[in-house]
Design a protein around this ligand. Structure first.
Ligand code: FAQ
Length: 303
Protein backbone atom coordinates (compact mmCIF):
# COMPACT_ATOMS: atom_id res chain seq x y z
CA UNK A 1 0.00 0.00 0.00
CA UNK A 2 2.70 2.46 1.05
CA UNK A 3 4.64 1.55 -2.07
CA UNK A 4 1.64 2.32 -4.31
CA UNK A 5 1.09 5.73 -2.71
CA UNK A 6 4.81 6.44 -3.03
CA UNK A 7 4.86 5.52 -6.73
CA UNK A 8 1.77 7.64 -7.39
CA UNK A 9 3.51 10.59 -5.81
CA UNK A 10 6.53 10.02 -8.01
CA UNK A 11 4.38 9.63 -11.12
CA UNK A 12 2.60 12.89 -10.41
CA UNK A 13 5.94 14.71 -10.13
CA UNK A 14 5.70 15.43 -6.39
CA UNK A 15 9.03 15.59 -4.58
CA UNK A 16 9.89 13.08 -1.88
CA UNK A 17 11.11 14.82 1.29
CA UNK A 18 13.31 13.39 4.09
CA UNK A 19 10.47 12.60 6.52
CA UNK A 20 8.19 11.04 3.88
CA UNK A 21 7.81 7.27 3.74
CA UNK A 22 10.03 5.74 1.06
CA UNK A 23 10.92 2.16 0.07
CA UNK A 24 14.19 0.92 1.48
CA UNK A 25 15.50 0.37 -2.05
CA UNK A 26 14.84 4.02 -2.96
CA UNK A 27 16.69 5.23 0.15
CA UNK A 28 19.66 2.93 -0.52
CA UNK A 29 19.78 3.85 -4.20
CA UNK A 30 19.89 7.55 -3.32
CA UNK A 31 22.54 7.13 -0.62
CA UNK A 32 24.71 5.28 -3.14
CA UNK A 33 24.27 7.79 -5.96
CA UNK A 34 24.40 11.00 -3.90
CA UNK A 35 27.44 9.82 -1.95
CA UNK A 36 29.23 8.82 -5.15
CA UNK A 37 28.42 12.25 -6.48
CA UNK A 38 29.67 14.00 -3.29
CA UNK A 39 32.89 11.96 -3.22
CA UNK A 40 33.45 12.85 -6.90
CA UNK A 41 33.22 16.56 -6.16
CA UNK A 42 35.71 16.28 -3.30
CA UNK A 43 38.19 13.89 -4.96
CA UNK A 44 37.77 16.00 -8.11
CA UNK A 45 39.59 18.85 -6.37
CA UNK A 46 42.87 16.91 -6.48
CA UNK A 47 43.69 16.92 -10.21
CA UNK A 48 43.01 20.65 -10.45
CA UNK A 49 44.28 21.65 -7.00
CA UNK A 50 47.86 20.78 -7.87
CA UNK A 51 47.79 23.43 -10.65
CA UNK A 52 46.78 26.34 -8.41
CA UNK A 53 50.41 27.15 -7.58
CA UNK A 54 51.43 26.79 -11.24
CA UNK A 55 48.73 28.91 -12.88
CA UNK A 56 50.27 31.12 -15.59
CA UNK A 57 48.84 34.44 -14.31
CA UNK A 58 47.22 35.96 -11.23
CA UNK A 59 43.87 36.06 -13.08
CA UNK A 60 44.12 32.37 -14.01
CA UNK A 61 45.08 31.52 -10.44
CA UNK A 62 42.11 33.39 -8.93
CA UNK A 63 39.68 31.71 -11.31
CA UNK A 64 41.04 28.22 -10.69
CA UNK A 65 41.10 28.78 -6.94
CA UNK A 66 37.45 29.87 -7.00
CA UNK A 67 36.49 26.86 -9.10
CA UNK A 68 38.22 24.36 -6.83
CA UNK A 69 36.57 25.96 -3.78
CA UNK A 70 33.21 25.64 -5.54
CA UNK A 71 33.79 21.88 -5.90
CA UNK A 72 34.33 21.62 -2.14
CA UNK A 73 31.04 23.49 -1.64
CA UNK A 74 29.25 21.11 -4.01
CA UNK A 75 30.58 18.19 -2.01
CA UNK A 76 29.20 19.74 1.17
CA UNK A 77 25.70 20.35 -0.28
CA UNK A 78 25.65 16.78 -1.48
CA UNK A 79 26.88 15.24 1.79
CA UNK A 80 24.17 17.24 3.58
CA UNK A 81 21.51 15.99 1.16
CA UNK A 82 22.77 12.44 1.71
CA UNK A 83 22.71 12.79 5.50
CA UNK A 84 18.95 13.56 5.35
CA UNK A 85 18.55 9.90 4.32
CA UNK A 86 19.81 8.68 7.69
CA UNK A 87 23.52 8.12 7.21
CA UNK A 88 26.33 10.09 8.85
CA UNK A 89 29.25 11.89 7.23
CA UNK A 90 31.61 9.58 9.15
CA UNK A 91 29.97 6.51 7.64
CA UNK A 92 30.14 8.01 4.16
CA UNK A 93 33.84 8.78 4.51
CA UNK A 94 34.49 5.32 5.88
CA UNK A 95 32.80 3.73 2.85
CA UNK A 96 35.02 5.81 0.58
CA UNK A 97 38.20 4.95 2.47
CA UNK A 98 37.39 1.24 2.49
CA UNK A 99 36.83 1.34 -1.27
CA UNK A 100 33.13 0.45 -0.87
CA UNK A 101 31.84 3.75 -2.25
CA UNK A 102 32.76 4.79 -5.75
CA UNK A 103 33.59 8.21 -7.20
CA UNK A 104 33.68 9.27 -10.83
CA UNK A 105 36.23 7.41 -12.95
CA UNK A 106 37.36 10.67 -14.58
CA UNK A 107 39.32 11.81 -11.53
CA UNK A 108 41.71 8.89 -11.77
CA UNK A 109 43.54 10.40 -14.73
CA UNK A 110 46.62 12.60 -14.25
CA UNK A 111 46.76 16.31 -15.15
CA UNK A 112 50.02 16.76 -17.01
CA UNK A 113 49.92 20.32 -18.41
CA UNK A 114 48.09 23.63 -17.91
CA UNK A 115 45.92 22.73 -20.93
CA UNK A 116 44.45 19.94 -18.79
CA UNK A 117 42.81 22.66 -16.67
CA UNK A 118 41.11 23.79 -19.87
CA UNK A 119 40.11 20.27 -20.85
CA UNK A 120 38.68 19.52 -17.39
CA UNK A 121 36.58 22.69 -17.25
CA UNK A 122 35.38 22.37 -20.82
CA UNK A 123 34.80 18.60 -21.00
CA UNK A 124 34.49 17.27 -17.44
CA UNK A 125 32.39 20.14 -16.12
CA UNK A 126 30.60 20.16 -19.49
CA UNK A 127 29.68 16.50 -19.05
CA UNK A 128 28.79 17.06 -15.38
CA UNK A 129 26.39 19.89 -16.33
CA UNK A 130 24.55 17.80 -18.92
CA UNK A 131 23.99 15.16 -16.23
CA UNK A 132 23.19 17.61 -13.46
CA UNK A 133 20.73 19.74 -15.44
CA UNK A 134 18.63 16.63 -15.81
CA UNK A 135 19.14 15.80 -12.10
CA UNK A 136 17.61 19.16 -11.14
CA UNK A 137 14.31 17.38 -11.71
CA UNK A 138 15.23 14.32 -9.67
CA UNK A 139 12.46 13.10 -7.37
CA UNK A 140 14.25 13.57 -4.02
CA UNK A 141 13.75 17.15 -2.82
CA UNK A 142 17.11 17.86 -1.11
CA UNK A 143 19.09 16.37 -4.05
CA UNK A 144 17.04 18.32 -6.58
CA UNK A 145 17.50 21.63 -4.74
CA UNK A 146 21.23 20.98 -4.35
CA UNK A 147 21.49 20.39 -8.10
CA UNK A 148 19.83 23.71 -8.91
CA UNK A 149 22.50 25.61 -6.96
CA UNK A 150 25.33 23.45 -8.26
CA UNK A 151 24.34 23.91 -11.92
CA UNK A 152 24.62 27.69 -11.65
CA UNK A 153 28.27 27.33 -10.64
CA UNK A 154 29.07 24.55 -13.11
CA UNK A 155 28.29 26.74 -16.10
CA UNK A 156 30.98 29.20 -14.94
CA UNK A 157 33.36 26.23 -14.63
CA UNK A 158 32.64 25.06 -18.14
CA UNK A 159 33.24 28.54 -19.54
CA UNK A 160 36.53 29.04 -17.72
CA UNK A 161 37.78 25.75 -19.18
CA UNK A 162 36.65 26.63 -22.69
CA UNK A 163 38.31 30.04 -22.34
CA UNK A 164 41.64 28.39 -21.45
CA UNK A 165 41.35 26.10 -24.48
CA UNK A 166 40.41 29.02 -26.75
CA UNK A 167 43.36 31.09 -25.56
CA UNK A 168 45.77 28.21 -26.05
CA UNK A 169 44.55 27.48 -29.57
CA UNK A 170 45.17 31.14 -30.42
CA UNK A 171 48.69 31.04 -28.94
CA UNK A 172 51.95 29.54 -30.22
CA UNK A 173 52.06 26.27 -32.18
CA UNK A 174 53.32 24.58 -29.01
CA UNK A 175 50.37 25.88 -26.96
CA UNK A 176 47.91 24.71 -29.62
CA UNK A 177 49.56 21.32 -29.55
CA UNK A 178 49.18 21.19 -25.75
CA UNK A 179 45.46 21.96 -26.08
CA UNK A 180 45.01 19.21 -28.69
CA UNK A 181 46.97 16.76 -26.53
CA UNK A 182 44.74 17.54 -23.52
CA UNK A 183 41.63 16.96 -25.65
CA UNK A 184 43.11 13.69 -26.93
CA UNK A 185 43.66 12.43 -23.37
CA UNK A 186 40.43 13.69 -21.79
CA UNK A 187 37.90 13.04 -24.56
CA UNK A 188 37.25 9.33 -23.99
CA UNK A 189 37.41 9.46 -20.17
CA UNK A 190 34.81 12.28 -20.34
CA UNK A 191 32.53 10.13 -22.50
CA UNK A 192 32.95 7.36 -19.89
CA UNK A 193 31.64 9.64 -17.13
CA UNK A 194 28.10 8.85 -18.26
CA UNK A 195 28.52 5.21 -17.25
CA UNK A 196 27.90 1.96 -19.16
CA UNK A 197 25.47 1.61 -22.08
CA UNK A 198 21.84 1.51 -20.96
CA UNK A 199 21.63 -2.21 -21.74
CA UNK A 200 24.58 -2.85 -19.37
CA UNK A 201 23.48 -0.44 -16.64
CA UNK A 202 21.93 -2.40 -13.75
CA UNK A 203 20.81 0.75 -11.89
CA UNK A 204 18.96 2.53 -14.69
CA UNK A 205 15.68 0.56 -14.43
CA UNK A 206 14.85 1.54 -10.84
CA UNK A 207 16.42 4.97 -11.25
CA UNK A 208 14.02 5.80 -14.10
CA UNK A 209 11.00 4.22 -12.40
CA UNK A 210 11.65 6.28 -9.26
CA UNK A 211 12.58 9.36 -11.35
CA UNK A 212 15.94 9.60 -9.61
CA UNK A 213 17.47 9.71 -13.09
CA UNK A 214 15.44 11.61 -15.70
CA UNK A 215 17.57 10.59 -18.68
CA UNK A 216 19.53 7.43 -19.34
CA UNK A 217 23.32 7.17 -19.58
CA UNK A 218 23.25 6.86 -23.40
CA UNK A 219 20.83 9.77 -23.85
CA UNK A 220 23.04 12.05 -21.77
CA UNK A 221 26.22 10.87 -23.52
CA UNK A 222 24.71 11.62 -26.94
CA UNK A 223 23.55 15.03 -25.77
CA UNK A 224 27.08 15.87 -24.56
CA UNK A 225 28.71 14.78 -27.81
CA UNK A 226 26.21 16.72 -29.92
CA UNK A 227 26.87 19.89 -27.92
CA UNK A 228 30.66 19.57 -27.76
CA UNK A 229 31.68 18.76 -31.35
CA UNK A 230 30.78 22.25 -32.62
CA UNK A 231 32.70 23.84 -29.75
CA UNK A 232 35.84 21.91 -30.73
CA UNK A 233 35.39 22.92 -34.39
CA UNK A 234 35.04 26.58 -33.44
CA UNK A 235 38.49 26.68 -31.82
CA UNK A 236 40.16 24.45 -34.40
CA UNK A 237 40.58 21.31 -32.29
CA UNK A 238 39.97 17.80 -33.55
CA UNK A 239 37.96 15.28 -31.54
CA UNK A 240 40.05 12.07 -31.36
CA UNK A 241 37.39 9.76 -32.78
CA UNK A 242 37.72 8.59 -36.41
CA UNK A 243 34.13 7.29 -36.34
CA UNK A 244 32.60 10.63 -35.37
CA UNK A 245 30.15 11.58 -38.13
CA UNK A 246 26.98 13.66 -38.40
CA UNK A 247 23.95 11.44 -38.94
CA UNK A 248 21.40 13.45 -40.89
CA UNK A 249 18.60 10.99 -40.24
CA UNK A 250 19.03 10.94 -36.45
CA UNK A 251 19.97 14.62 -36.23
CA UNK A 252 22.89 13.56 -34.00
CA UNK A 253 26.51 12.47 -34.24
CA UNK A 254 27.44 8.83 -34.61
CA UNK A 255 30.57 8.04 -32.63
CA UNK A 256 33.06 5.27 -31.93
CA UNK A 257 32.92 2.66 -29.17
CA UNK A 258 34.27 3.41 -25.72
CA UNK A 259 37.03 1.14 -24.46
CA UNK A 260 34.87 -0.53 -21.78
CA UNK A 261 37.76 -2.62 -20.46
CA UNK A 262 39.55 0.61 -19.60
CA UNK A 263 36.36 2.01 -18.03
CA UNK A 264 35.78 -0.98 -15.72
CA UNK A 265 39.45 -1.17 -14.88
CA UNK A 266 39.37 2.44 -13.65
CA UNK A 267 36.00 2.01 -11.89
CA UNK A 268 37.34 -1.05 -10.09
CA UNK A 269 40.33 0.79 -8.64
CA UNK A 270 43.04 0.13 -11.21
CA UNK A 271 43.25 3.40 -13.12
CA UNK A 272 46.42 5.50 -13.36
CA UNK A 273 45.76 7.54 -10.18
CA UNK A 274 43.19 5.60 -8.09
CA UNK A 275 45.61 4.73 -5.30
CA UNK A 276 47.13 8.20 -5.19
CA UNK A 277 43.70 9.90 -5.01
CA UNK A 278 42.40 7.69 -2.19
CA UNK A 279 45.64 7.87 -0.19
CA UNK A 280 45.63 11.65 -0.47
CA UNK A 281 42.02 11.78 0.77
CA UNK A 282 42.79 9.40 3.66
CA UNK A 283 45.77 11.52 4.72
CA UNK A 284 43.85 14.83 4.50
CA UNK A 285 41.06 13.27 6.54
CA UNK A 286 43.49 12.08 9.19
CA UNK A 287 45.32 15.42 9.28
CA UNK A 288 41.99 17.15 9.90
CA UNK A 289 41.07 14.92 12.84
CA UNK A 290 42.07 17.51 15.46
CA UNK A 291 39.70 20.06 13.88
CA UNK A 292 36.77 17.63 14.08
CA UNK A 293 37.71 16.75 17.68
CA UNK A 294 37.88 20.44 18.63
CA UNK A 295 34.46 21.13 17.10
CA UNK A 296 32.95 18.14 18.92
CA UNK A 297 34.50 19.20 22.23
CA UNK A 298 33.22 22.76 21.77
CA UNK A 299 29.72 21.55 20.93
CA UNK A 300 29.76 19.23 23.95
CA UNK A 301 30.84 22.04 26.28
CA UNK A 302 28.14 24.44 25.04
CA UNK A 303 25.26 21.96 24.99
N1 FAQ B 1 32.68 6.33 -12.58
O1 FAQ B 1 24.05 1.14 -13.44
P1 FAQ B 1 24.99 2.27 -13.65
C1 FAQ B 1 31.73 16.34 -11.44
C2 FAQ B 1 29.22 2.70 -11.59
S1 FAQ B 1 30.53 15.41 -10.79
C3 FAQ B 1 32.61 5.48 -11.53
O2 FAQ B 1 24.87 2.99 -14.95
P2 FAQ B 1 24.02 4.64 -12.29
C4 FAQ B 1 31.89 17.77 -11.03
C5 FAQ B 1 27.88 2.98 -10.91
O3 FAQ B 1 28.05 3.75 -9.75
C6 FAQ B 1 30.84 13.78 -11.49
N2 FAQ B 1 31.62 4.57 -11.38
O4 FAQ B 1 24.87 3.30 -12.42
C7 FAQ B 1 33.31 18.14 -11.06
C8 FAQ B 1 27.41 1.59 -10.62
O5 FAQ B 1 28.12 1.12 -9.48
P3 FAQ B 1 27.46 0.32 -8.23
C9 FAQ B 1 30.04 12.79 -10.79
C10 FAQ B 1 30.67 4.56 -12.34
O6 FAQ B 1 24.21 5.15 -10.92
C11 FAQ B 1 33.91 18.56 -12.23
C12 FAQ B 1 27.94 0.78 -11.79
O7 FAQ B 1 29.02 1.54 -12.35
N3 FAQ B 1 28.66 12.92 -11.16
O8 FAQ B 1 32.40 15.80 -12.22
C13 FAQ B 1 30.68 5.43 -13.44
O9 FAQ B 1 22.61 4.41 -12.76
C14 FAQ B 1 35.26 18.93 -12.26
C15 FAQ B 1 26.88 0.54 -12.85
O10 FAQ B 1 26.50 1.78 -13.51
C16 FAQ B 1 27.73 12.14 -10.61
O11 FAQ B 1 28.02 11.32 -9.77
C17 FAQ B 1 31.74 6.34 -13.53
N4 FAQ B 1 31.85 7.19 -14.55
O12 FAQ B 1 24.68 5.66 -13.34
C18 FAQ B 1 34.08 18.08 -9.89
C19 FAQ B 1 26.32 12.39 -11.05
N5 FAQ B 1 29.60 5.15 -14.20
O13 FAQ B 1 27.31 1.31 -7.15
C20 FAQ B 1 35.43 18.46 -9.91
C21 FAQ B 1 25.33 11.56 -10.33
C22 FAQ B 1 28.95 4.14 -13.61
O14 FAQ B 1 26.16 -0.22 -8.71
C23 FAQ B 1 36.01 18.89 -11.11
N6 FAQ B 1 25.42 10.16 -10.69
N7 FAQ B 1 29.59 3.78 -12.50
O15 FAQ B 1 28.46 -0.73 -7.91
C24 FAQ B 1 24.82 9.64 -11.79
O16 FAQ B 1 24.19 10.33 -12.58
C25 FAQ B 1 24.92 8.15 -11.98
O17 FAQ B 1 25.26 7.56 -10.75
C26 FAQ B 1 25.94 7.70 -13.10
C27 FAQ B 1 25.98 6.17 -13.15
C28 FAQ B 1 25.50 8.24 -14.44
C29 FAQ B 1 27.34 8.21 -12.77
Amino acid sequence: MNEEVFQKKIDSEQKIEPKDWMPDGYRKHLIRQISQHAHSEVIGMQPEGKWITRAPSLRAKMILLAKVQDEAGHGLYLYSACETLGITREELNEQLHQGKAKYSSIFNYPTLTWADMGAIGWLVDGAAIINQVSLQKTSYGPYSRGMIRICKEESFHQRQGYEIMTQMTQGTAEQKEMAQDALNRFWWPSIMMFGPHDADSPRTGNAMKWKIKRKTNDELRQNFIDKTVGQADLIGLKIPDPDLKWNEERGSYDFGEVDWDEFWNVVNGNGPCNKQRLNHHRKAHKDGEWVRDAIKAYAEKHK
